[in-house]
Design a protein. Structure first.
Length: 188
């Protein structure tokens, strides 16, 4: 209210740019949702690679109830995550979802009982034992592939797979497999 159209546009573009930086990190990011993640809070969580939520969490994009639409990426990231029909329902009605429904529709990866911070650390440890370059390449393949045709996405995957094979971590991983031991990745 009281902001010029240019200032409103600038604000949304700035918010999108911040969330896009989070979305573009080479390593996975995890949103821990405890309580309400509405509007910009959900848009922040959507910019993360993965999301965990407590049983009592509620998620939604209620902007329509204010005569607005999401402005920090919600209209773009939510449908890519949960599908167009479900995203449109949430955006056009302003309906929020509880954590169990959010998990069922793919909005959150896991619903957590107990200490959310410890659950987040445990979840992160499931990935931190792997090669950072391989994690980044896999994430890049998925991100880039989603904005192209299947054929183009497969070409992206082939190119990034070729890059992964050229890392020292790939040599270590394959050697460890043949030697029946756990690999020791050095993120190279």
């Amino acid at each position: 209210m009281g902001r010029s159209l240019a200032a409103t546009r600038e604000g949304a573009a700035f918010g999108q740019s911040i969330f896009s930086k989070l979305d573009a990190l080479p390593m996975p990011s995890i949103a821990l949702i405890n309580g309400y993640a509405f509007g910009g809070g959900l848009e922040l969580a959507l910019a993360c690679t993965l999301r965990l939520a407590t049983r009592t969490a509620k998620l939604g994009l209620p902007e329509i109830k204010l005569g607005l639409i999401p402005g920090y990426g919600g209209t773009q990231r939510l449908p890519r995550l949960i599908g167009e029909a479900r995203a449109l329902e949430m955006i056009l009605t302003g309906r929020d979802v509880g954590s169990e429904e959010a998990e069922r529709i793919g909005l959150v990866n896991r619903v957590v009982d107990g200490d959310l911070i410890e659950a987040g650390k445990s979840f992160a440890r499931e990935m931190t034992c792997y090669s950072l370059p391989a994690l980044a390449l896999a994430r890049d393949a998925v991100h880039r592939g989603l904005s192209t045709s299947l054929e183009e996405g497969l070409a992206i995957e082939v190119d990034l797979n070729k890059l992964a094979f050229q890392t020292a971590d790939a040599v270590e991983g394959m050697t460890a497999f043949l030697e029946k031991r756990k690999p020791v990745f050095r993120d190279r």
